[in-house]
Design a protein around this ligand. Structure first.
Ligand code: ZN
Length: 315
């Protein structure tokens, strides 16, 4: 049973909205584009691993928490790609969507990646990351007075990562090996060590601690293309409004959902509060009167008197 489903992060959504609205000639465009590409690839890799679970036989009950984000009592964070809880053991997965030749030098505690072009890059050891999460989970189990074996592993979502012999014996493998490792762990821990109620309570406790981590991105708000964008034209072309329709002068599309997408872009790129003025600016509306009428149709909560009315976006 999936208790916490994997979702696109706010940062992912913000970058998508930004790329929709930033002119491709902007000096920072390629930076944001590359950042989005990486996040997108990472997310696709995680989904690839999620799909693998569908073909793996697991004991009942079992619980999945995907992309569990926790603030620990040191004030630092744990972002765990997957936690699997079953009555025999707990598994913590770190999912990596990296390519190249991966090597580990234990004496230097140095993890490197050599790209197809032959460039050598240092990287954070993903095994350390998953071990750190495991240590935290051990503490949580102790607090809850539960004794249950824990495993951690790094799963490579793409076959284009090549592991060097230096990583032999370490819990790092390709996604296709996941089912065999799970089978081994189940063989190793045949006994149920925690009853169903306690397991569910513990999984629910983890879920209640989940707090999506906010990552600030500096946004070039003044350089964004404003207006209600045409989805068919895709080149920053905006729709015009003539009561009661939004239409594209270029391709002729009529799109009544576009204003809701624009509101979501506003939420991601500007914030959750609108005024008549900020609405006119972002939605490129000339008339405050038209803006007032449109604002009434959106899922917003109005606050304040007429002259300084604010609207809060209702999720
Ligand atoms: Zn159009």
């Amino acid at each position: 049973m999936i208790l916490l489903d994997r979702q696109e992060s706010e940062q992912h959504k913000i970058l998508e909205a930004l790329i929709r609205r930033l002119p491709s000639t902007h000096t920072e465009y390629m930076n944001y584009f590359e950042k989005l590409r990486r996040i997108h690839a990472g997310f696709a890799g995680e989904q690839r691993v999620d799909a693998e679970w569908l073909e793996i036989i697991l004991p009942h009950p079992h619980y999945f928490l995907h992309d569990l984000q926790i603030l620990n009592h040191f004030g630092t964070t744990h972002q765990i790609d997957t936690v699997l809880l079953c009555p025999q053991f707990i598994l913590i997965l770190e999912i990596k969507n990296i390519t190249g030749f991966l090597d580990f030098d234990e004496s230097f505690n140095q993890f490197t990646r050599t790209t197809a072009e032959g460039d050598v890059e240092g990287m954070t050891n993903p095994l350390h990351q998953s071990r750190r999460h495991m240590e935290w989970m051990k503490g949580m189990l102790q607090q809850s007075r539960l004794e249950i074996p824990i495993h951690h592993a790094v799963v490579l979502a793409t076959k284009n990562a090549i592991l060097s012999k230096s990583l032999r014996g370490q819990p790092i493998f390709h996604v296709s090996g996941l089912r065999y490792h799970v089978r081994e762990w189940l063989q190793q821990h045949k006994k149920t060590v925690v009853d169903e109620d306690k397991l569910f309570q513990f999984a629910s406790k983890l879920l209640s601690m989940h707090t999506p981590i906010k990552r600030e991105i500096a946004l070039p708000v003044q350089d964004l293309v404003k207006g209600v964008l045409c989805e068919s034209c895709l080149n920053g072309q905006t729709l015009n409004y003539r009561y009661p329709k939004w239409y594209c002068q270029r391709c002729g599309a009529v799109d009544q959902a576009a204003i809701f997408r624009t509101l979501e872009d506003y939420r991601l790129l500007i914030g959750e509060t609108l005024t008549n003025k900020s609405f006119c600016e972002f939605f490129a509306i000339d008339s405050p009167n038209t803006a007032y009428k449109l604002l009434q149709k959106l899922p917003l909560k109005a606050e304040g008197t007429t002259s300084n009315r604010k609207y809060l976006i209702v999720n």
